[in-house]
Write a protein that binds this ligand. Structure first.
Ligand code: NDP
Length: 394
């Protein structure tokens, strides 16, 4: 019998929904690169339910308890008196999510001698100190691709929201106004603008494909260049470094992982080298930017807008400057946890648990750390020391 400690975001303030806006989810056949959707032996939820919050329990309780395991679910994750800290010492498995991360620091890992699996119900395991996990022999796994398209759609939405000045225009409606001039004094068409994507991985490529029909000029930088046929198909201009890219575009959209090379990349120097009135959308990790430099650039007009869904820390304090800076279109960390994404990451979490408890290998593409080293996707996308960078855990 194992103890599974699961940290999920709190339920809606209005309570767990008795009914949903739509009756079903569309059936998706697979992921764009051919990777198959999660394949658990069964699921105990209806796709479309709210699974990522405490009462949703990722749809795991019936399955885990039928196997004789103990499931503890909480949203109380921070500080020494939190439920998470109290339950951690005898946990065999910790499940957490980037949206509401239970930071598995080296100190916490040292307090969890039984811990064998740290499972991210989503993508992005930088809330886990990977170096400490490697040393402790803990397997780290995440549900690769489960919400990549969800994030890409969110990024496209936020690009449009900024350029079209959507949120301030909407606010005039809510406030009873009909202020056309106030609404459009900062509104532009996306058509014809130069858009630069930093990192053309799963999410970045999905954004490039979704932006192409807007007749924008697409640019990108990635440490690895895309095949020539993809560049040609999408009409991409490749830049050899971030500095070259940001000077050539009106909108920068960030999809790179957080590691020492990207930590605080967008500082005042880089931002000031951009075209005046540029926009930044960042759904990757907040610490890729210098928080106060973003605020100053928005105040001075160097940046025309900033949007994203990633913050540091999470949740941010009520007086976090990004809540009140001008020309922002921020959301909480929600892009990867639509009801559609939840069905996939809940199924993927169950698949990983079934393999783990059944003694079967976890899919290579889900693995970040295994057997005391980076493994699978982790060996391609993570650095052990990167996770321990000052920005780890956004
Ligand atoms: P992928 O691993 O598919 O792609 C990341 C790409 O970034 C790879 O092509 C990688 O190249 C490239 N890269 C690595 N370092 C750099 C660098 N310094 N500069 C430019 N490119 C670089 O990841 P995803 O597209 O799935 O996710 C991207 C990021 O988005 C994640 O790391 C995560 O932080 C964030 N994310 C956010 C979510 C949210 O809810 N907001 C949800 C999911 C992810 P190479 O392969 O050569 O290393």
């Amino acid at each position: 019998m194992a103890k599974i400690l699961c940290v999920l975001y709190p339920d809606p303030v209005t309570g767990y929904p008795p009914v949903y806006a739509r009756d079903s989810l569309p059936v998706i056949d697979g992921y764009p690169d051919g990777q198959t959707l999660p394949t658990p032996s069964a699921i105990d939820f209806t796709p479309g339910e709210l699974l990522g919050c405490v009462s949703g329990e990722l749809g795991l309780r019936r399955y885990l308890e039928a196997q004789g395991h103990e499931l503890v679910v909480t949203s109380d994750k921070d500080g020494p008196d939190s439920v998470f800290e109290k339950e951690l010492p005898d946990a065999d498995v910790v499940i957490s999510q980037p949206f509401w991360p239970a930071y598995l620091s080296a100190e916490r890992i040292a307090k969890a001698p039984k811990l064998k699996l740290a499972l991210t119900a989503g993508i992005g395991s930088d809330h886990v100190d990977l170096d400490a996990a490697i040393k402790a022999g803990i397997t780290v796994a995440e549900v690769t691709y489960c919400n990549s398209i969800s994030v890409a759609e969110h990024a496209v939405m936020q690009i449009l929201a900024l350029v079209r000045n959507y949120l301030p225009s909407h606010q005039w409606v809510v406030d009873g106004g009909w202020n056309i001039a106030d609404s459009v004094e900062r509104a532009y068409d996306l058509e014809g603008l130069d858009v630069g994507i930093i990192a053309a991985g799963r999410i970045g490529q999905a954004v490039l494909r979704r932006l192409k029909p807007f007749d924008v000029r697409l640019h990108y930088f990635d440490t690895r260049r895309l095949p020539a046929e993809v560049e040609e198909e999408l009409g991409l201009t490749y830049h050899p470094d971030v500095q070259s890219l940001v000077r050539a575009v009106d909108i920068v959209d960030i999809h790179a992982p957080l590691h020492p090379k990207t930590y605080h990349l967008f500082d005042a120097n880089l931002i000031n080298s951009m075209r005046r009135g540029s926009y930044i959308v960042n759904t990757a990790r907040a610490e890729i930017t210098v928080q106060e430099d973003i605020v100053k650039a928005l105040e001075s007009g160097q940046l025309a807008g900033y949007a994203g869904d990633v913050w540091y820390p999470q949740p941010p304090a009520p007086d976090h400057p990004w809540r009140t800076m001008p020309h922002e279109a921020m959301t909480p960390h929600v892009s990867g946890t639509t009801l559609s994404a939840q069905a996939r990451y809940a199924a993927g979490t169950r698949e990983i648990l079934e393999d783990f408890f059944g003694g079967h290998p976890i899919r290579d593409e889900y693995l970040i750390v295994e057997g005391g080293q980076l493994a699978g996707t982790g060996a391609k996308s993570y650095t052990a020391d990167g996770s321990a960078s000052p920005g780890a855990g956004t």
